[in-house]
Design a binder for this molecule. Sequence first.
Ligand code: AKG
Ligand code: FE2
Length: 336
Amino acid sequence: MRDQDVSIPIIDVSPLLQNGPSAAVAEVADQLRLACERIGFFAVVGHGVPSSVKEELSHQAYGFFDLPYAEKMRVKRPAPEQNRGYIATGDETLARLGGRETPPDMKELYAIGPYKWPLDDYHLAPDAYPSFAPNPWPDRPAGLRQAMEAYWDCVERLAGGIAKGFAVALELPPDYFANRIDHNTSQLRLMHYPVPTQAPEPGQLRAGEHTDLGMMTILTADNDRGGLQVKRRGGGWVDAPLLDDAFMVNIGDMMMRWTNDRWVSTPHRVINPPEEAKSTSRRLSIGYFFGPNYDTLLECLPTCQSADQPPRYETLTVHNYRVHRFARTAGQLAAD
Ligand SMILES: O=C(O)CCC(=O)C(=O)O
Ligand SMILES: [Fe+2]
């Protein structure tokens, strides 16, 4: 297939979540494999996340971003290396993840990390930080916490199902990733792109071009707001489709390392609204950035190497890989 003909497929993942018959699982896995090889993005339906869970979180998120700035700052990011709390407009530049210097993204966000974990040796070990640390919850809106936790549980289950599909697609046992993600170090980020009040600076976008760092990202945005664009393997941007009741999923850099570049993480960005649509361009997106356990080894998968294809990347733990990536971006604050 020619690169310019590749589009973002829609995949029904329900067999992965319902322990469907192995033929159905293999069929979904094959669709996932093609999507990951060709474009690195796919839309999922049959995801099992009730629309009420998504709608409630969207409602609560708008409630939070509508609060006065000073109130939002009460839950500001607790420390620069932490990826949680309120991150105000001007404080994040996703393009830096790829080593590019641009003006900051035109967005504000509120993020949490894992919220239910015991205070045991594993979660209190030095390498558990900053993945496991307390989340600073705002007092208002009162329903935000419950909505974020309910949403987290649903998309965590979905990510587990997709991970099973990835394993089958990579000719590994279906549960290959299970004990590598059972203490996952994910983040749930509410991203608010307000109506722009001034013209963007040259090179300034709602979210600059980047690849995501983790294993996969599960995204949803207001249905009628476009802006997310995905780079094709051969170059050129394609608009992510606006679909009702689907999640957009993309693979991140950890999948690329695991698969020895068989599944390349795809650059994407969020472009500015056109001038004529500016006044109604407020956009909310919700991203679940799924990261494996902090001590999981990112080592070339056994099925992704051979005598002609030796491992291209050094083996690192998830924790050390993150530290290494942040060092490369010169300690700048960036999304995970
Ligand atoms: O807002 C979106 O649709 C995507 C944002 C994104 O790619 C990110 O935050 O990593
Ligand atoms: Fe992203």
